[in-house]
Design a protein around this ligand. Structure first.
Ligand SMILES: [Zn+2]
Length: 233
């Protein structure tokens, strides 16, 4: 069972509270003592993008996923998560891969009930409360949790993690999803046409390249891991 919900940004103007557990930006809500991930390329503290507390009818019910990525450097070799050829995927994603590939981004999965707002993090992406709205058949091509992926290219669903841990479709973010910044946030480091890094003056961050992103989770509550696929036109 993996019912589908679309993400709706709440218009509620109330500031972030200790009770919020699904939201974009603001300060992450993490297990006590969990450090903010650092970038494996430049060692900067990664930026917090969003987090979602899984609903009761999700395979990861009771768990939350928080997504971080470095916005302080950009390396052409790490511009999107490392992908696997179909032949490798079919045999099972090699054990360890889903830890090792998180070089300049991080998927933290933890018990929702044990998380608290991380006071030591300075907000970069503007806080927006997320509501999970049960989806309809017609909700194709929206940012969503569960259901089935709306691939823009061929189906890249993974088989298993290692030889025997099944994976399920966790969520997708569609093309054009951006993350609005607060005025004090530093611009994202980007690459110009010659591949030289520069600081963007855009008032938002992109996650990876801003292309559609599909996330799959392991059917393991003890060792939850995320496989991310960025598809490009
Ligand atoms: Zn970095």
């Amino acid at each position: 069972m993996n019912p589908c919900y679309v993400f709706a940004e709440s218009t509620d103007p109330a500031p972030q509270s200790a009770l919020d557990n699904s939201f974009i930006g603001g300060r992450p809500r993490l297990p006590k003592g969990e450090p903010i991930p650092r970038c494996g390329l430049c060692d900067a503290e990664q930026s917090f993008f969003f987090q979602v507390a899984m609903p009761a009818d999700n395979p990861w019910s009771g768990l939350s996923l928080a997504v971080f990525a470095c916005t302080s450097c950009k390396d052409y070799d790490y511009i999107v998560p490392q992908w696997l050829d179909e032949s490798v995927r079919a045999a099972g994603i090699p054990l360890g891969f889903l830890d090792a590939y998180q070089v300049n981004f991080r998927f933290l999965v933890f018990a929702s009930a044990e998380a608290i707002v991380c006071d030591r993090y300075t907000e970069k992406v503007r806080f927006k409360r997320l509501q999970l709205v049960p989806a309809r058949e017609s909700d194709w091509g929206k940012d969503k949790l569960g259901g089935v992926p709306d691939w823009i290219q061929h189906d890249e669903s993974p088989g298993t993690y290692g030889p025997d841990v099944p994976m399920f479709f966790l969520m997708q973010l569609c093309e054009g999803r951006t993350f609005e910044l607060v005025p004090s946030a530093p611009g994202q480091i980007d690459l110009d046409r010659s591949g030289t890094p520069y600081q963007s003056t855009d008032s938002f961050y992109n996650l990876f390249l801003g292309t559609p992103i599909y996330l799959f989770g392991t059917c393991s509550r003890e060792h939850p891991r995320v496989y991310a696929i960025a598809q490009m036109d």
